[in-house]
Ligand binder design. Structure first.
Ligand code: GFB
Length: 312
């Protein structure tokens, strides 16, 4: 990729896509193509083909997806499997047909089996059954990986598949029904502080362990992989450390400066007991995450306070 290469960032308004866009712009890439959902519905195969035929991008970051937290995933399984299968099938196929030089597909750590040994190595893919709260999303993502691998084998198409761990950062979704845990807790603690509430409700037991990667670190990794990685093997991106949801809640309470209690709602699901990626493959290539969790949470909280009105 050189600075004048034509690069399509699919999903540039989402958490990951907007971070990729920031990173590309900072690095001086000057020929970036984007489309909003209103301009181009990636679930529409004909529209996607027309777009690739007209624009002829050279590189594609496929960061467009239907995403959500544990509740959205378990209550809207049809939307998650359909939208993701459509978006990724249309974009990968059109990218191949219209001569894209390289495509980067984003998967997720939930593609690994629910009971996979920890930390999870890339080779654990398809070695056991999935976590039921998000198997629909996971199956769609696994299909995307297999499609990239198949297009590489049969057509020689350079598609790489990157598996990020749980992400957070500026541009996240702070809607309490559909968000992931970090934006949900930032919002809950912020509002509880503002309204003088005695406690904040955190879902589940607080015992599940999760690994969290700051989204600007992910964008840095994605550029690095676009430049240096050309294999059919999937590759994990994470920080290599995890914490319990209880510890996370305590940390966010501190960052927000709330002094009330934390109450666990046991009627809500825990999901996977632990999700920690093995990141030795990307470390061996020379890339490591930079942002410690506390610093990332502080930056995300500042962003939330500044953009609160647009989000609510
Ligand atoms: O972030 P989260 O929704 O995603 O939940 P998953 C992580 C943990 O935080 C779960 C707990 O154990 C939740 O029960 N949690 C506590 C909360 N309070 C809250 C809250 O207010 N909101 C939310 N959302 N969680 C997702 C998958 O699983 O991970 C997706 O559903 C995707 O498919 C994503 O793979 C990365 O880590 O459980």
């Amino acid at each position: 990729m050189d600075k004048a290469s034509k690069i399509f960032v699919a999903g540039h308004r989402g958490l990951v896509g907007s971070a990729i866009l920031r990173k590309l712009q900072t690095e001086g890439y000057s020929n970036i193509v984007t489309r909003t959902r209103e301009e181009l519905d990636l679930r529409d195969q004909q529209a996607v083909n027309r777009f690739f035929e007209e624009e002829r991008p050279e590189y594609v970051f496929l960061a467009a997806a239907k995403v959500g937290g544990i509740l959205a995933n378990s209550t809207c399984p049809a939307d998650f499997i359909r939208d993701n299968l459509q978006i990724q099938t249309n974009v990968i196929d059109a990218a191949y047909r219209y001569g894209v030089k390289k495509l980067l597909f984003l998967g997720s750590s939930c593609i690994y089996p629910r009971n996979a040994p920890q930390p999870m190595k890339e080779e654990y893919l398809l070695t056991g059954s999935l976590e039921p709260t998000n198997e629909w999303y996971a199956i769609a993502k696994i299909a995307g990986i297999k499609m990239c691998q198949a297009y590489r084998r049969q057509y020689g198409f350079n598609a790489i598949c990157v598996m990020p761990t749980n992400l957070y950062g500026p541009g996240d979704n702070f809607d309490l029904k559909t968000s992931h845990v970090i934006p949900a807790l930032i919002r809950k603690f912020h509002e509880a502080k503002a309204e003088g509430k005695s406690h904040v409700v955190v879902w589940g037991t607080g015992n599940p362990r999760r690994e969290f990667l700051y989204v600007d670190d992910l964008a840095d990794a994605l550029l690095f992989l676009m430049e240096h990685y050309n294999s059919e093997e999937i590759i994990n991106v994470g920080i290599g450390k995890d914490i319990t949801i209880r510890e996370l809640a305590e940390l966010i309470r501190e960052v927000v400066g709330y002094e009330g209690d934390i109450v666990f709602d046991l009627s809500k699901p825990d999901g996977v007991p632990r999700k920690l990626l093995d990141v030795s493959r990307i470390h061996a290539l020379g890339w490591q995450a930079k942002t410690p969790l506390r610093e990332g949470l502080e930056k995300t909280y500042r962003w939330y306070v500044e953009h609160r009105r647009e989000n609510v």
